[in-house]
Design a protein around this ligand. Structure first.
Ligand code: ARG
Length: 278
């Protein structure tokens, strides 16, 4: 039977949130320094650059209205986890971000998603869950509770593999690992406990192992769709490795948003199977 070419264009549907109210008003990860300040206009330009890139690549982008007083809401990846059109809502670890959970769930309900779940356990959405073809990788250690992994597994009907994060700079799974396809990953081993490194080696013996330098510019906070990979401009060694693998690399400037500890992937929530056009 004819199979689609590996490089077939893969149009995606992403949810994003304009950084209209972006600021660093508190510190909930080591990247954030409220005294340093941010250039919001610059953050908006970088965010628009990312959104326009997705549109040029043929993806669809929906936008959720930003909320005044929620400066981290731009990091849409934390808003939910959507698999097979089922929406597992977020429950944030910090009080500062807690109102984002209901705000995102509300968007999904209004957009026509009927299978939504208000979570019992703390989880920060796709920030700590990476969906592959056969498994969902999920992290715990800084934000998401392991109990949420089981809750997501039951709700989504997909096997969830628990991984332990150990380096506070890489507090979400999507700062340490990304999917290169439905069956392959790239990751920075130093972000994971020894046990989790063993699990990753067993599951993905051919994974791309990133350097600490690439991880330290949030290079692992990358977005892959088919052959295209959107990656932080500063992650040059990672970009070279990806090009050697035949990938098309799209470098993006995200340094203003990185001051809050987020990159391209953090600004992007993938909507897998939308019930209706939103
Ligand atoms: N300041 C945000 C926080 O610490 C950044 C979130 C980044 N998002 C992500 N998916 N890694 O919660």
């Amino acid at each position: 039977m004819a199979r689609p070419a590996a490089s077939a264009p893969a149009a995606r549907h992403y949810l994003m949130c304009r950084p209209t109210y972006f600021a660093i008003e508190y510190a909930i990860n080591p990247w954030m320094d409220p005294a340093a300040g941010v250039d919001r206009e610059r953050a908006i330009r970088q965010w628009e650059g990312l959104r326009d890139l997705y549109l040029r690549l043929g993806h669809r982008v929906s936008e959720i209205e930003p909320v005044d007083g929620l400066p981290d809401m731009v990091f849409a990846a934390n808003g939910a986890l959507v698999v097979d059109g089922r929406v597992y809502g977020a429950r944030f670890a910090s009080a500062e971000r807690t109102p984002e959970g209901p705000a995102y769930l509300d968007w999904f309900r209004k957009a026509g998603y009927t299978e939504t779940r208000e979570p019992k356990h703390v989880n920060e959405g796709e920030g700590d869950f990476v969906t592959l073809d056969d498994v969902v990788l999920a992290a715990t250690g800084f934000r998401t509770e392991a109990a949420a992994h089981q809750e997501a597994e039951r709700f989504l009907g997909r096997p969830v593999v628990t991984l332990q994060l150990v380096d506070p700079r890489f507090y979400h799974l999507d700062t340490a690992l990304f999917a290169l396809s439905g069956r392959e990953v790239a990751y920075y081993p130093g972000a994971f406990s020894e046990g989790s490194r063993q699990v990753l080696r067993a599951l993905y013996p051919d994974a791309l192992l990133a350097t600490e330098e690439d991880a330290a510019v949030l290079g692992l906070n990358a977005v892959c769709a088919g052959n295209d990979i959107v990656v932080a401009a500063e992650a040059t060694a990672l970009a070279d490795r990806l090009r050697e693998l035949g990938r098309t690399v799209h470098p993006v400037e995200m340094d203003e948003l990185r001051k809050a500890g987020g990159g391209a992937k953090c600004c992007t929530l993938e909507l897998r199977d939308t019930p209706d056009p939103v």
